[in-house]
Design a protein around this ligand. Structure first.
Ligand code: CUA
Length: 176
């Protein structure tokens, strides 16, 4: 997947570079000197531009209402919010609580005691289910409702020094 994405990116970058070079070379010409082909190309370009504005403008405005993305999912659970303090240290996590009930919203208040860490919650298959930054002097609120029981891992997602890879802990999500 990665090599394909890389090759596609290269082709697109080459196209963009070609476009820039073309514009730069022709920038000295005046509009009256344009050939009929160029004129129709410019017409096509402005139509494409307004077409894209019409499609992506409303799409952008529509998706902005979903921000922040976690808020939409946060309150789907039943019952009171379980609040837990999570602090990152080089190189461990400290949680005020590590047992949670399935279907009940959890609010992680995430901060760091030293450097920037990344707070990532992974399920048993190591799929990321929620994440936020752990920053010194600042508390990020991450709300998540676990929909499945099991053991979840919290891994550091930002390189924070020699033992970054050891910075993990587990939480358990059980029946209510
Ligand atoms: Cu903490 Cu990487």
């Amino acid at each position: 997947m990665q090599p394909i994405a890389w090759q596609i990116s290269l082709v697109l970058m080459a196209l963009v570079a070609f476009g820039f070079a073309f514009v730069a070379i022709n920038s000295g010409r005046r509009q009256e000197d344009y050939s009929p082909l160029q004129k129709s190309a410019y017409r096509l370009r402005s139509r494409l531009f307004w077409g894209l504005v019409l499609v992506f403008g409303p799409a952008m405005i529509y998706t902005l209402f979903e921000l922040p993305y976690d808020a939409a999912r946060a309150n789907t659970g039943a019952g009171p919010v379980q609040v837990v303090d999570a602090t990152g240290y080089q190189w461990r996590w400290e949680l005020s609580q590590d047992q949670f009930a399935v279907g009940q919203p959890v609010e992680f208040r995430v901060t760091s005691a030293d450097v920037n860490h990344g707070f990532g919650i992974y399920d048993a298959n190591l799929h990321l289910v929620a994440q936020t930054q752990a920053m010194p002097g600042y508390t990020n609120t991450l709300r998540h409702t676990f929909s499945e029981e099991g053991t979840y891992k919290i891994l550091c997602m930002e390189y924070c020094g020699l033992a970054h890879h050891n910075m993990l802990t587990e939480i358990r999500v059980g029946a209510q």
